[in-house]
Design a protein around this ligand. Structure first.
Ligand code: SF4
Ligand code: SF4
Length: 375
């Protein structure tokens, strides 16, 4: 079906969203539309940033992950041949993120996949829980040409980490990450760029300064703060630790300010970059709550410039949406093993999703973006 949906909004900011979001000033070029192009039901470009789940299997049961609580898609790990079949449908791809929901190191063909992408001169990034970083994986990742290895660590104390991530894996993770840093140095490699990513919540906020110290001790030069995404509109469906009473936006502002200031000073002293996801700075990253009459989702660029493909080939609008709604099937805009991506990208469901995103009543997953967490 290729029905064209009328434009609901033009590039002029709708009433109530006249302020420019700080996110818009930080976005890397690949996430933007060409200058002067208005957002409408269709995108004039093919995605340049693509998320592809190389597997949806995982060895952890994190208390903040929908994977722990819901069965959404059949378990699947992409073979290199299947991956290439997907990747070749994105001729303009400049940056690929080989993760979504799942641990990429559970895919044994990951080094082969990365080498294929490097042959296409694509920037390759993985987010990993770091618990499988054996010496064999350390060398394989460095030798594959991987550009960025982002390691999720949601606590500096073992008991906090275990409470959030569902397993007492911090010591093993720390050993593996230290090994990766040393392997990179031993092989005199310039890549991967290694960083630590922390989803900050009430559970672990007090440990952020210790996480800065841990990063410095390991020789990891960058630490990023992420915001907790949860089913904001459905309190009865909030699960595990992904619930509004665990978030750190709004209340306790003075305490957050104190922690951020401490981390900034520590990072400067220890020579670390302390940042936030979306390329924001950590202080502004926490300023997510915005006035009710403001429609920040209308500034989102993702369904026009990026694509997200699950391990089963399903196309979703972005990497945040699966964490933001229990209505998972409503996020599936087509399947790449059934139809070419170019057809899905221009078809009815994508047009409808984009048009709603430009309206005051977006998809339920989008309606919390920029309100309960930053875009
Ligand atoms: S958040 Fe990542 S590491 Fe944790 S269960 Fe989900 S996929 Fe696995
Ligand atoms: S959930 Fe919607 S508004 Fe938020 S990043 Fe995804 S597409 Fe954009």
């Amino acid at each position: 079906m290729s029905e064209f949906i009328p434009l609901l909004a033009s590039s002029s900011p709708p009433k109530g969203s006249l302020r420019l979001l700080p996110e818009q000033m930080f976005l890397p070029d690949a996430y933007r539309l060409p200058t002067g192009v208005a957002k409408g039901p269709l995108s004039p470009i093919s995605p340049r940033v693509v998320f592809i789940e190389v597997t949806n299997r995982c060895n952890l049961l994190c208390e903040t992950c929908p994977r722990t609580f819901f069965d959404r898609e059949p378990l699947k790990t992409l073979s290199c041949a299947e991956f290439v079949q997907i990747a070749e449908q994105f001729p303009e791809m400049r940056r690929v993120l080989l993760h979504g929901i799942g641990e990429p190191l559970l895919n044994k063909e990951l080094p082969q996949i990365i080498k294929y992408l490097k042959g296409r001169e694509v920037e390759v990034i993985i987010n990993s829980n770091g618990t499988l970083l054996t010496p064999t994986w350390q060398a394989a990742l460095v030798e594959s040409g991987l550009d960025q290895y982002r390691c999720s660590i949601d606590g500096a104390k073992s008991e906090t980490y275990a409470r959030i991530r569902g397993a007492n894996a911090l010591p093993k993770l720390v050993e593996g990450l230290a090994g990766l840093v040393k392997t990179k140095a031993r092989l005199q490699a310039e890549t991967p760029r290694i960083s630590i990513w922390c989803v900050a919540t009430k559970e672990n906020l007090a440990e952020l300064p210790d996480l800065v110290r841990l990063a410095a001790r390991l020789g990891v030069p960058e630490l990023y703060l992420q915001r907790l995404v949860y089913f904001a509109r459905e309190p009865e469906q909030q699960f595990g630790l992904a619930r509004d009473d665990r978030t750190i936006f709004g209340p306790d502002h003075d305490y957050q300010e104190e922690i951020i200031t401490t981390c900034e000073a520590l990072s400067a002293e220890l020579g670390l970059d302390f940042r936030a996801s979306g390329a924001r700075d950590p202080r502004h990253s926490l300023e997510a709550a915005r006035p009710a009459d403001f429609s920040p989702w209308q500034e989102c660029m993702r369904p026009w410039t990026t694509a997200y493909v699950t391990a089963n080939g399903n196309c979703l609008p972005c990497c945040i949406s699966p964490f933001a709604t229990s209505n998972y099937s409503s996020l599936i805009l087509g399947n790449l093993f059934e139809r070419p991506f170019a057809e899905i990208w221009t078809d009815y469901l994508y047009q409808k999703f984009r048009s709603k995103l430009l309206s005051p009543q977006p998809h339920q997953a989008c309606s919390s973006c920029g309100v309960y967490w930053s875009l």
